[in-house]
Ligand binder design. Sequence first.
Ligand SMILES: Cc1cc2nc3c(=O)[nH]c(=O)nc-3n(C[C@H](O)[C@H](O)[C@H](O)COP(=O)(O)OP(=O)(O)OC[C@H]3O[C@@H](n4cnc5c(N)ncnc54)[C@H](O)[C@@H]3O)c2cc1C
Length: 786
Amino acid sequence: MSNVRRRFLNRNEHKPSTRAQEEVALPAGQRTFRRRWLTAPIFKWAQRALPGMSETERVAIEAGDVWWDAALFSGVPDWRQLLAIPPAQLSDEERAFLDGPVEQLCRMIDDWQVRFELFDLPEAAWSFIKENRFFGMIIPKEYGGLGFSATAHSEVIRKLSSHSLTAAVTVMVPNSLGPGELIRHFGTPAQKQYYLPRLADGREIPCFGLTSPEAGSDAAAMIDRGVVCWGEYRRERVVGIMLNWSKRYITLCPVATLIGLAFELHDPDRLLGAEQDIGITVALVPTDAQGVTTGRRHYPAHQVFQNGPTQGKDVFLPLDQIIGGKAQAGQGWKMLMTALAAGRGISLPSLSAAGSALAARTSGAYARIREQFNVPVAKFEGVEEPLARIAGTAYLVDAARRLTCAGLDQGHRPAVIAAIMKAHATERMRQAVNDAMDIHGGKVVMDGPLNYLGDLYRAIPVSITVEGANILTRNLMIFGQGAIRCHPHLLAELQALADPDREKALEDFDKAFWAHVLGSFKTVGRAFWRSWTCGHLAPHPGVGVADRHYRQLSRYASVLAFLSDVSLLTLGGALKRKEMLSARLGDILSELYLLSAVLKRFEDEGRVEADGVLVDYCMATGLKTIEISIDGIIANFPSRPIAWLLRAVVPRHAKRHSGPADALILRCAKLITEPSETRARLTSGLYLEEARGGGILVERAFRLVHETEPVRDRLHQAGIRDWHAARASGLLTAAEAAALQEAEDAVHQAILVDDFAPEELKPRRDREEHKSSQPTQGDLQADQSI
Ligand SMILES: Cc1cc2nc3c(=O)[nH]c(=O)nc-3n(C[C@H](O)[C@H](O)[C@H](O)COP(=O)(O)OP(=O)(O)OC[C@H]3O[C@@H](n4cnc5c(N)ncnc54)[C@H](O)[C@@H]3O)c2cc1C
């Protein structure tokens, strides 16, 4: 029996779903017979066939908990349970912080100056961030932090992201995975008392050092080492850790005062106990400790948030610098996975929600004011298609962000949902920003203070890579973790297989396995019935107009449960290597989560009729993706006879969803190319007053063009193209002409891009030389005085 399997016994809370309670009731004699003659051989086979896993995978799977993801995975989601989740809410204090310090911070930042002149936030902004405890949003009030909800934390990141990514990332990191979160959950009372107040008010700037040159996605493969030994610390001889490391890509590291450092701990002299290889450990390393090097900077995709490498050479620290003290030595991986289960669901999804909403707001406005061939480009179908995609994405990503925050605020730590959010929110933002770039054309290709999208575009690869690179997250984690974590029986089976007490193991396995078999029969029946009836009779919550959408999600949840069962049963451990298959199963789970968030948002916002267009668009797009994934799974299933069986249960003729119809696309695009409550709702909570660079100019032009539309329509109907001529012939009042002139001027301002004097685009050194050769005010005065 491997250690890994044994440790499954110690796993904490897996909340069984109703399906997990199912048990095949048999008289005692028959049960003994079944256990001996049927279960025992299957038990032996399963020990060989079920997915083996490494220690790091086991910890990742056990991190966090399951929530709505498990309901979807069971194949029988209870929609009333979803609708009963209280919507994400802000307290008065949190709202005041958003309207006060967050707005003020945005106003303090000239993002162009930050990115191209200062290469950092201005000093005043750093001070303001610290004074107003932006770094302590997740630190409880009793330690001097703001003690904000996940929703408030997310809203702050979202608003900052809409104005300055540098500010957003700077604030995001200490509130996500890092010393603050780790000390809060795992620190000793002394660590909490000392560090949390200092982190909250910015006396300490934290960073988190996990990634090293050798260990990227497979962070657990790090070679950074700590060795337990005697040494001298503050003139005392103590048992401590001698550390050596080389980390890279570490955000805030160049300015950090405290590194949360992950390393492999060894105890060759057994000073801590029997184990020599203790495992991954996280310690708090002051950057002024002897032997620590920080300060150099990376330059990630032209982003200027602080990021850089760090090295440590023979850095000696006492054992109480381990987060959680000696007792937590070797528990580092578990700590990290637990902390990621929350942070990953907030940081980048909030940034992505801001990016998608900003793309929607600016693209809709720009497409409306920009005319080519005497027609607003928003009226060309070729442009309406990406506009609709952006609008749908903005609605969906924000809906999913809100649902996830609502779950986190209820105390859940849904690791699978956090992975879904990280990968899908950033991927969808990538699509939305790409679309926005295409719609704007040269306007946002030209860099300068007037460009409000270029920086977001450049930053996309950062969000795709950090907190779990997307390919890995999609292919390996979402279904890989989800299948074991969310499956109603699989974890119980694995626990039983890991039990060293053979009698008890067989007893538990017998229960779990036959419940699984019974559940599987029901799953097959459900998937068959709902597929052959195209979901028309599938369960729904009875909320009226959206019920047809719930039916489709019920239908595909049952298909996912069926496909997962068959894949796990027939492929066992091999499924882990079939990443394309696993990714498609994960895509179905992800779509089900994102689409249920869309329906929840629609309900929470009072089923606004106009928003129904966005709901229909998201559903049409998502259901098409689900069907493509199902087709992909069946077409590529390694065993053809099993594939035929799958096809018999999920027939091809039941495929119904070919994406949004053209008419729906046009209606969806219109929602963001005209002022409307839907447009305002889609982009509420962004920082728009002095929106990035030229954004405010586009917004103003958009308003004026809309206000003068009736006059232009009148002229158009009269066959008049030039309003100046109409004014001359008395067809326009003076006020109407003035309004048209104002709108025309505003459009002209809005479509302008920056240009630069040649010396401004010379290498910086030359520019400085050029500047120093220019006479200064002082020189001029001196000249005059001569
Ligand atoms: C700007 C920036 C800031 C960062 N900040 C921090 C920080 O503060 N602290 C910190 O510790 N780290 C940080 N990181 C590291 C980051 O979180 C990633 O973990 C790391 O970048 C991934 O390693 P890699 O870039 O070397 O990619 P690699 O691990 O080399 O991966 C290359 C590609 O292979 C894919 N891949 C790898 N394994 C698999 C698999 N099994 N299946 C499918 N695909 C796979 C990946 O998805 C990726 O697409 C940061 C990175 C960046 C770029």
